[in-house]
Unconditional design. Sequence first.
Length: 198
Amino acid sequence: MDKDKRHTKRMKSKKSVIDANIKKADKEKGLLLVLTGNGKGKSSSAFGMVARALGHGMKVGVCQFIKSRTDTGEEAFFNKHENCDWHVLGDGFTWDTQDRTQDIATSEKGWAVAQNMLSDSSYDLVVLDELTYLLSYKYLEESQVLADIKSRSPMQHVVVTGRGATSELIGNADTVSEIADVKHAYRDGIQAQKGIDL
Ligand code: ATP
Ligand code: MG
């Protein structure tokens, strides 16, 4: 009984602290989120936010850099949605193309698509999937990319995914998560599984 009372008291005081913090966070703005790190879950987290935004009737644009496959479950699902524009803008992985000049040309063409979304205030959420590689390989001018992101409309949200986010990108972001690689089935010889990895 005593234990129950103590619990109720503790929860009451906890609730007042949480409520006060919620009240303090009263601002609204378009956010820049960065999902980085070596663990699995960066792109799938971004696509989770795509689902949330579409559920609210928001308009979403997705740019997939690096990857060239168009047979993923996420594309099949979201591309059908009238409020979602999905662009696969990659040529494959750098170790597949093995051609830096081609990678740069592909990146610049892809970035032009992203620029159009960033300068179009009708997009409420823009996902720039695997963008970090284009910055770390210097396929794109980072200062230009950051300037384009910064000058987007004030209420537009942007999610950037990919390993090895640069410190400049992190510095510009509002929310940054680094996903750690604790374990991955791939190292046990298990191939990418439909519904989980693609
Ligand atoms: P996901 O799209 O599953 O959320 P991700 O965006 O975090 O993954 P990427 O680096 O984009 O990770 O890799 C995409 C693919 O590589 C997915 O099939 C994913 O399962 C796999 N993968 C991610 N992290 C690892 C890892 N640490 N080791 C091996 N494979 C990985
Ligand atoms: Mg990814």
